[in-house]
Every structure is written in C-alpha cells, then in structure tokens.
Design a protein around this ligand. Structure first.
Ligand SMILES: [Cu+2]
Length: 477
C-alpha cells in the first residue's frame, strides 16, 4: 500500500512547512468589503488540474480555474448574478449551486432540466442568489464506475451569500473543505460512523438481508482544502482570538468527524443557516454536502492538530495545524472525549403543529455480491419515479425518511429548505438544513414548504449511492 510512503512524505512536509517564505497556494480570492459594489459576474473554467497535497504527493484531477478547491464565490443576497461556465473537458459538465433557492433550469442538475455545458463549450446561468449563508458549488454529473468523474474529482468550491446574518464578533475567518483523493473500489467496509451503533434503529428489519454485499468506494489520502496535514501553512492564532470556521465535507464517499484538542466548536449555523440554539461540541460530524459554521475561542495555547479523530484518516492527511503565537513545539493530537453527533441540541422544542400533508420515502439497499455495485430503491422502485412525489405549491409537507439500510446516508433535497422535525426519536425545530444524515436503520422527518415550482431532485450525497438508484424527482402538480 502506498499510504505508508505517503505518511513518511507528510512527515517531511511537516518539517518543510516550518520554513519561512513559502506562500501557500490559496483558493480564496480577495474578498470584497461590504461597502464595495457586489460582484455580479463569475466565471468557472473546467479543466484538468494538479493539486500538490504535499511536496511528493501531487495528484491529477479536474478543477475550476486551475485550482481545487475552486475559487470562493462571494455573492450578495438578492443581487442578480451571471455564472459563466466554460468546459474544457471532453465530457458534458454541470455546476450545481448547493443550498440555493433558485429555479430548476439554472440549478445545475440535468435531472431537473438544467442544460449541461457541452464538451469544449460554454453556457451562462443567471439567477438571484438566496438565502444568505455558507453554500457551495460542485459538479452534478453521474460517475457510475468511473472514479475520475463526478464528485470524485476536484470540482467543488465554497459559495458564500452575504446577507443579514450576523455571526457576532470574530478575529479571523477560514473556509475549510474536508476531502479525500484517489478513491478506489473495495469489498471491505471502511465505516467508522458513530451513527451506526448508537440511537434507536426503528427501521432495522426483523430478518436481515444475508446476501453478499457489493463493492464500495474508499480512500486513504485526505486533505483540508488542497493540503494534507502538515504540508500547508498552519492557522496562526493568539490567545483570546475568536476564529470563525466554515467547514464543508466535500467528500463523495464518507461522513467525516473533526476535533481540536482542548477546544470546543461553538456551532452557530448548519448548512449555512443560523441554528435556533448555538451550542458547543467537542466533535463535529459532517456528511458529504453538509456545512458547519463554528466559532472557536482560542484559549488553550500550544500547537495543535485540528483533524479527524480516526487515526487512519488524520494520518492520511485530514487535518490542519493550529499554532499559537510563540509556541514552537511539535503539533499535538489528543483523542477527543467520546461524543455522538446530535442535530437536536441546536434546535428548540417544536411550537407549530406537524404539517398534515405527509410524504414517505423508504430506502433499501440491494446487495449485488462480490465485484458488483449495490443498488438502491426508493419506495421499492428504481429512479425515475413518475408520480410518487407530487407537490402542491404553497403546501407545507412532513417528509419522513425510512432508512432500511446498514449505512448512514446524507440525504439532500435541491432548491428547498428542510427543517428537522424528528430524528433519533426526538422532536425538534429551528434546525434548517439542505442535507440531513439519517443514521443506520434510523428514521428522520423534515418539514418543508413547496414554494419553488419546478422539478426538484432528492438524492443521497454519496456519489455511488446516487448513481445506483438513491434518488428521486419531486414534481409540482
Ligand atoms: Cu447513501
């Protein structure tokens, strides 16, 4: 396995990173001050790129504007923009703006009717960005059995919509995307999810499916943005600093955890939307597609690794060094206290009666056996669903996800906001999401208002699950 060599390299890189004078490559464009006129035209050029995760670990993928992650797109809420997409590759491409409430013809999903950008062609999309918050953009093509396509590539980036949200005072701000690279097929489950073992499992079948499962996708190489742990510049802080982090799990394959020894994450927004009850946690969990905005008070001087609690993932690169001023020790890691991710601690007791209009989605995995790809059914049927999910405009729905599979899935609905109503058997409100991780054999209900006419894609944000049936179209009547 190459991973051992990589760790050696990352070790060397850690030493190299302490040398002064090396400018970190950055995907952050200079940010426009609030007093400046909002930028209204953005261009993304899709083409092959190399990403230097560490000095001797340079990977080849596809990115935007010569880099991966792509440039930070900073838009103003309510100010119309044009997004020009130039496709320099040989295959049709799409750019989906994730978490925006925009029409289906500009949403970047072919399932909804957005046109693809032809190979060696270009297309412009015009829309009015809303709502304010931490959003992101990424390719929405199918990858199927090609691990060099779709969200396995470097085609992702942050999209921030500036509006009235006020995160409070902070001293510095960082956009950090969690990624894995060079995925491969495996018959061994790499799962390390706390969402598998804990909590009620109301959807666990009485008789388990004993057929042999098919292959899954895994990775051993990780980064935060474009750098493996130790290979990039540390985040330099002073005691007393309040640091606002915007985290994104841009993985195509796995839920991720993150911890910073001796510090807590004060979570203020989930998927870019301010939460009803900001709360401090030791460990974050993000499913593919999810974002967390959290403020960390730097009150524990030292040099620390902020990274994945799982040793294999962190040592494989998923981490970044937090360095206090005048501290010159080797970056330290200590395992965080055991914790279980729970969306409801950021919520408040429900105050509205449940919507009377109900939708149910029941998910099953069909194990396909060695060397084959598992597939998924929604309500007993493969995609596309013709008349299952018909929405009446203006109606509020309670959508219940029944997860009858042995995996936790990040479930995403395009162009609508989902308010978590019930999860882990607990009722809540005030947690507004676009992607919700439903635990293994778990059940979750979300409420949403059908106020965005046009076809609306629902899918699991794990690329392989989506490609092999874990999706459905919601249609307006
Ligand atoms: Cu899934």
């Amino acid at each position: 396995m190459q991973r051992r060599d990589f760790l050696k390299i990352a070790g060397l890189a850690a030493a190299a990173s302490r040398l002064p004078g090396q400018e970190p490559q950055s995907f952050l464009t200079p940010t426009a001050g609030t007093q400046e006129a909002a930028k209204t035209e953005f261009t993304l050029r899709i083409a092959p790129v190399t990403v230097e995760l560490a000095p001797n670990r340079i990977i080849s993928t596809i990115g935007y504007n010569g880099i991966s992650p792509g440039p930070l797109l900073r838009m103003k809420e309510g100010v119309p923009i044009t997004l020009n997409v130039i496709n320099d590759t040989d295959t049709p491409e799409t750019v989906h703006c994730h978490g925006l409430l925009i029409p289906s013809d500009v949403d970047g999903s072919e399932e909804e009717g957005s046109p693809a950008v032809p190979p060696h062609g270009s297309r412009s999309f015009k829309f009015t960005p809303t709502p304010a918050g931490t959003r992101w953009y990424h390719t929405h093509t199918m990858a199927m059995d090609d691990l060099h396509r779709g969200s396995y590539t470097g085609m992702f980036g942050f999209l921030v919509i500036e509006g009235a949200n006020n995160p409070g005072r902070y001293d510095q701000e960082h956009y950090l995307a969690l990624r894995d690279w060079e995925p491969y097929f495996t018959s061994t489950s790499m799962d390390n999810d706390d969402l598998d073992a804990t909590g009620p499992q109301p959807e666990r079948p009485a008789v388990m499916d004993t057929r042999q499962p098919g292959i899954e996708v895994a990775a051993d190489i990780f980064s935060i943005n474009d750098k493996a742990l130790g290979a990039g510049e540390p985040i330099r802080v002073k005691p007393g600093d309040r640091v606002l982090f915007h985290f994104l799990n841009a993985s195509a394959i796995e839920n991720r955890h993150l911890a910073l020894p001796g510090h807590k994450f004060n979570v203020i927004a989930l998927d870019g939307n301010p939460v009803a009850t900001p709360a401090a946690v030791d460990v974050l969990m993000l499913g593919p597609g999810e974002r967390v905005d959290a403020i960390v008070e730097m009150n524990h001087p030292g040099v620390w690794i902020m990274g994945a609690p799982e040793d294999m993932v962190r040592e494989g690169g998923l981490g970044i060094v937090i360095e206090y001023a005048n501290q010159h020790v080797t970056p330290q890691w200590t395992a965080p206290p055991k914790s279980n991710w729970d969306y409801t601690i950021f919520g408040k007791p429900p105050s509205q009666p449940a919507p009377t209009e109900k939708l149910d989605m029941l998910f099953e995995k069909i194990p396909r056996g060695a060397g084959k790809y598992n597939s998924f059914n929604v309500n007993g049927k493969p995609y596309p669903h013709d008349k299952e999910f018909l929405l009446k405009q203006g109606t509020r729905y309670r959508l219940t996800f029944h997860n009858r599979t042995d995996d936790a899935h990040p479930l995403h609905v395009h162009r609508h906001q989902l308010e978590i109503a019930e999860i882990y058997g607990k009722a809540t409100s005030g947690v507004i999401k676009d992607t919700v991780v439903v635990p293994t054999y778990g059940r979750a209900s979300v409420d949403f208002t059908a106020d965005q006419p046009g076809d609306t894609l629902f899918h699991c944000h794990i690329q392989m699950h989506m490609d092999y049936g874990f999706k459905a179209l919601l249609r307006y009547a």
